[in-house]
Design a protein. Sequence first.
Length: 89
Amino acid sequence: MPTGLESIIAQLERQKSAVGRALEALRNIEVTVVADSLPTPQKRASAPTKRKRGITPEGRRRLAEAMKRRWAVKRTAAQARNRGQRKAA
């Protein structure tokens, strides 16, 4: 029986060393991932970058007209409510 017990111990020792190597490899990967995820300082551009997705003059005109229509509707509704309150008083 001692031979069987010795082989089991040897096998467990091999597994122990394999687990140790796997843990070490995972620790190295974790350090690499953390180091890669850190922000790197970037050089500032000498000239400001041009903004994208700006509103066109036509879009600005349409937006202004739409807002005027919305406020006109609100204003007329408020005036109608005020007229109704004056008559009731």
